[in-house]
Each structure stands twice: as C-alpha cells, then as structure tokens.
Design a binder for this molecule. Structure first.
Ligand code: NAP
Ligand code: MG
Length: 403
C-alpha cells in the first residue's frame, strides 16, 4: 500500500513518562507504516522544557497558531517533588495552562464509547461532551474571614475618576466568611464562540446552563452573551447544520442529562464544568477513555488525552516490569488531529485513515482484547488482557486487515 501524503504539518507536542513511551509506540506501529507523517516536532518533556526555560512550550503554541492543528502528549505539571526529581531551575507552569492562555481556547472533553464498557447511566448511548469555561469565578476569587460584627461592602471605583458605586454584601452580627468573584465579558464571549464553533464542527446540539434566576446580574450576563452571539453570528449556521442551541437552568440541565441519550455538547461555567466533567467521565467508565480538545475562538485545535502521564505505570516500566497502560485516548488525540488536518487541507484519504484507525481501536476492544483497566470494568466475558505494547500491536493487526 502506498503511504498517505500530507500537505501541511501537524504540530506535534511530545510529553512525559508512560505517555511518552506510548507516544513512540503509536507512531511506530500505527502511523509511520501508513502515513508519510509530516509534523513539526516540539519536545514538551519536562527535561527539555527546563533546558529551554519553557520557551519550547511557547514556541509550540505559536506553531499551533501558524498551522492550526496540534496533537499533544500528556506532560508533567511540576510540583515540589518534581523540582528535586528533575533538578528544575524553576517550578515551570502547566504547559496546558500556557498553551490555553496563548490560544485563548476552551477545552472540550469527550468520552470514547465502546461496546462492553457500559456507562453507569444506562440510557447514555452517545458521548456527552463537556465544555468548561476556564476563566474566573471561584477560581480567581477574593475571600475574607469575618471575625465579628461589621458591614461588608462591594465597592467599584471607576478608573476615570467618576463616582464610586457600592452595595452592602451583608451586615454581620457575628463571625462568618465572604467572597468576591468576577468574570470578563471578553472571556465569556470567547468561550461562547468556541462552543458555537465546536458544535458546528462536530454537528452536535449545544446546551448551556447557569443559575440566572438566582444570580440576576452575574449568571444572567453569561446567558445574555451566549444569546446575543447566537442571534448575531450563529443562528443561521446552526439552522443550516440542523443543530440547536438550548439554554436552560443548571438544575434543569442536570435533571435532563440523566434522562438523555447523549450526543451533544454541554457548556458549563467554570465550577460546574470542573465538577460535572468528573461525574460524566467516571459514569462513562474510565479516565483512560476520555479525549480532550482545546478549541480557540480563532479556529485553532489542539488534541490530547484527558489523563496525565500515568506516573505509577512509568516507574514499573523503568524497573523492567510489564505495564498494561491504555493508549486509546492518546490514539484518539492523533486521529482527531489527523482528521482535522485532513479537513483543513481537503485531504480525504487522511480523514478516512483517522476513521479507520479509530474503528480498528474500538474493534480490537470489542473483540475482547484490551488493557487491564478496561478488563476490570468490562461486561464482556473471556477477555484477553494485553500489555501496553501487545494492545497497540493488536490494533495494528486489526487495522491492516481492514485496509
Ligand atoms: P494520571 O496520569 O491521569 O493517572 C492517575 C491514575 O489513573 C493512574 O495511576 C492509573 O491508575 C489511571 N490511569 C490514567 N490514565 C491511564 C491509562 N491511560 N491507562 C491506564 N490507567 C490510567 O494522573 P496523575 O497520576 O495524577 O498525574 C501524573 C502526572 O500527569 C502528573 O505529573 C500531572 O501533572 C500530569 N498530568 C498531566 C495532564 C496533561 O498533560 N493533560 C493531565 C493530568 C495530569 P492505576 O495506577 O490505578 O493503574
Ligand atoms: Mg474536577
């Protein structure tokens, strides 16, 4: 078979630990034999980030803005233990945080649905994608412990010197706590735009929910910004694509989700997204079966697995012990990026290859061959537990048979 050609490179962001091991195996077994793979390579492994004073992360984000599509391996976010382990010059920031800030993007997390790994919620037939607003609210709050009686006020002092505005938060009779939160129209609008774009991109309905009945100014602003942008820029496009935008109260959304079939995007405020994405991923089965894509309002895409570097498995691997680490989400990061690259370049062969590789991956699991994490939760009988390498090689076999 002749290898599939690529016109434009993908931005490739390599990473750390066990996922770095899987990364190479995926390229060697599932990509190089079939594609004339063109990538612009950035090593986001912690050692090289440290060596370049994290410049490599910034460069990789700039490259994503140049080429439009990136695929990223999981990376270590340094903490105190990593400082000593890697002898770091500084506690470098999370690469995901740096890239997200530069691309101004929203993260969409989607479970990979496969027969034999059944969601706890039995009517969930299709994936539910969660989009989490990644700025402000409780994550950038100002809070204070109130020791005793006194008045707490919210004061706005305009920069132009005009008259200040203030309101009473509470007249404390005893001790308590107080918290101030904020958000920015610009950030909410960019979040809304990414959500509308991604709904169109994936041809799925978009839900959005807040508590606007209680929070008549704060949450209501979110609702209004979404509604205005929908009316002005997306209504026609949605109608043409046959999808809908649906706004409802957060409590109503939660109740409806439990009865729904899936197959839509749920846009959430920062805190709701934090909590609900963990609930949805655990109910769908496994963190190792979650993909994640960062979508910028300017149309840049960065694909990755939702899980981390699987450190515990890596240390087993270093000791020469066998691992059975699930590579599905990392494979789907590659297929997502290849499909998007193909779509942007009008490269149908590349798009079809992405579909076939995904199907081969799911078929392999459905035939009873899977990694240990899935074997522990599957409803299938007589499964074969494959080690990290065997699983990827089994997918290659399925893929070759299908090509
Ligand atoms: P993790 O790497 O997601 O792993 C947590 C546990 O979940 C693993 O120990 C394993 O459980 C299970 N697991 C996750 N992915 C799996 C897979 N593909 N196959 C099989 N089991 C899987 O999270 P972590 O241990 O908290 O973090 C490790 C490092 O990853 C940290 O340095 C963190 O900064 C980084 N991280 C990076 C990203 C990212 O780049 N997007 C995201 C999160 C975390 P068992 O051990 O029970 O088998
Ligand atoms: Mg969370």
């Amino acid at each position: 078979m002749e290898k599939i050609k690529m016109q434009t490179p993908l931005v490739e962001m390599d990473g750390d630990e066990m996922t770095r091991i899987l990364w190479k195996m995926i390229k060697d077994e599932l990509l190089f034999p079939f594609i004339d793979l063109k990538t612009e390579y950035y090593d986001l492994g912690l050692e090289y980030r440290n060596a370049t004073d994290d410049q490599v992360t910034v460069d990789s984000a700039n490259a994503t803005m140049k080429y439009g599509v990136a695929v990223k391996c999981a990376t270590i976010t340094p903490n105190a233990a990593r400082m000593t382990e890697y002898d770091l010059k500084e506690m470098w920031k999370s690469p995901n945080g740096t890239i997200r800030a530069m691309l101004d993007g929203t993260v969409f997390r989607t479970p990979i649905v496969v027969k034999g790994i059944e969601p706890c919620v039995k009517n969930w037939k299709k994936p539910i994608t969660i989009a989490r607003h990644a700025y402000g609210d409780v994550y950038k709050n100002a809070e204070m412990a109130i020791p005793g009686p006194g008045e707490v006020k919210l004061v706005y002092v305009p920069a132009d010197g005009s008259e200040a505005q203030e309101i009473t938060v509470h007249n404390f009779k005893g001790s308590g706590v107080v918290q101030g939160q904020h958000n920015l129209d610009e950030s909410i609008e960019s979040f809304a735009r990414s959500c509308f774009e991604y709904a169109l991109d994936t041809k799925q309905d978009l839900w959005f929910s807040t508590k606007d009945t209680i929070s008549k100014k704060y949450d209501h602003r979110f609702k209004d910004i979404f509604a205005d942008l929908y009316e002005s820029d997306y209504k026609e496009k949605f109608e043409k694509a046959g999808i809908t935008y649906f706004y409802t109260l957060i409590d109503d959304a939660v109740a409806r989700i439990m009865k729904a079939e899936g197959g839509f995007i749920w846009a959430c405020k920062n805190y709701d997204g934090d909590v609900m994405s963990d609930m949805v991923s655990s109910a769908f089965g496994s963190l190792a079966m979650m993909t994640s894509v960062l979508v910028s309002p300017h149309g840049y895409y960065e694909y990755e697995a939702a899980h981390g570097t699987v450190q515990r498995h890596y240390y087993k691997h270093l000791k020469g012990e066998e691992t059975s680490t699930n590579s599905v989400a990392t494979i789907f990061a590659w297929t997502g990026a290849l499909r998007k690259r193909g779509e942007m370049d009008g490269n149908k062969e590349l798009m079809e290859f992405a579909d076939k590789l995904e199907k081969a991956t799911l078929d392999t699991i459905e035939s009873g061959k899977m990694t240990k994490d899935l074997a522990l939760i599957t409803t299938m009988k007589d499964v074969t537990v494959a080690n990290s390498e065997e699983f990827i090689k089994a997918i290659r076999k399925t893929l070759e048979a299908a090509l």
